[in-house]
Design a protein around this ligand. Sequence first.
Ligand SMILES: [Zn+2]
Length: 485
Amino acid sequence: MAKSDKQEALVTEITPQSEDFSRWYLDVVRRAELTDYTEVKGCLAIRPYGYAIWELIQQALDRRFKATGHVNAYFPLFIPEKLLMREAEHVEGFSPQVAWVTRGGDEDLEERLAIRPTSEAIIGTLYSKWIKSWRDLPVLINQWANVVRWEKVTRPFLRTTEFLWQEGHTAHETAEEAQEETLKILALYKEFAETELAMPVVDGPKSESEKFAGASRTYSIEALMRDGRALQAGTSHNLGQNFAKAFEIQFQGRDKSLQHAWTTSWGVSTRLIGGVIMTHGDDSGLILPPRVAPYQVVIVPIPRGNWQETVLPRAQAIKADLERNGVRVMLDARDEYTPGWKFAEWELRGVPLRLEIGPKDIEKSQVLLARRDTREKMPTPMDGLTAAVVRLLDEIQNALYARALTFREEHTQRVGSYEELKAVMEGRPGFVIAGWCGSAECEAKIKAETQATLRNIPFAGGEVAGACVVCGKPSSGEAWFAKAY
Ligand SMILES: [Zn+2]
């Protein structure tokens, strides 16, 4: 295959978003080398480029967890059946998705072991040993781990049988402190998603029917993808004393009485990578926000004449200077591909900024910078280049956030009646804001008739006196509905 044919093939390999968004997504994750399928259904390998995005997400979150007093620990993968059974709602919620180990080596196990779908049960039993007095509180532990949930329908990053995540598990002396922790983490998730992923989210409580199995209250951050579907991007649960009672997490209070602790749990997962892809990507592939881009700049030398003696050393010097200033750089000096092929390839892989340098640029003491998000091309002097790149990366990060926010605003509608809600749900997808009385029946009716679920009741909405769009009874707040991943 000639080089130009190869380039053509590469571009046409991605289905346009407007033609089939779901196909586009699958094409992008495969062609950008983020994941690959394996022999085990629903279990995907995360390839180095995809894993590098996850590592940047991890680092950014881990910094925030530690800055708010949390520490990391690790708990076992296996949970004995009797432990998982202790919290009734929890068992009921998770049992359809649990994978079991029944044999070890040559022997059948006396008690089967669950592969953790989440770790409340195993951590709860340990907290009951570790927490004896009010002086032992709060306990603020996070775990980075894999979990398994047996899924029937899977999609790379968004829903897989095994996935990577972090799960925080905290225990507190009072109900107020547990609630404060739950909301503190939700705010941390929101700030993280908006700052690092350039992904605007709405934060607020979920309804009773959408809460975590065993929680008193669940809060979420919800983002809007480019196909108009919502993505739950993180959850924070106030578990009340439910798990403390089930796992006997008790302590002697300041008044010497024996009390149950108040606990929380919270998590985000590799699903966030799917969120980034579907928030920013376009028909040419990925667009990565600079803060989570494995390579923020790709340098493509233009091979003319004796470029390896002239252009290449300059490109290497630029790379070194950028790296000294904390910029992640890929220098693509491969001789077997044309610059045009490389442009398309790194565009597809979402590198925020391309830096072209050839013999003519060197004569003029400049380079050509090209933005992935706007495709704008800017001749930039070599003098002060690193500072200009750092500034541009910041600008791209902000521009991506602004663009995503505008998209969300353009795809969010407030409705005053149930007919209107149904009509909107049949039209252009997005968020629909509607009065809701708080009843599970009205919520279920909307879900059954429009497939839209109640995402959450955003804090930013505040108290709005109105009426439920389904039953007409008074509502005190507005809920956001959408078809969701
Ligand atoms: Zn109602």
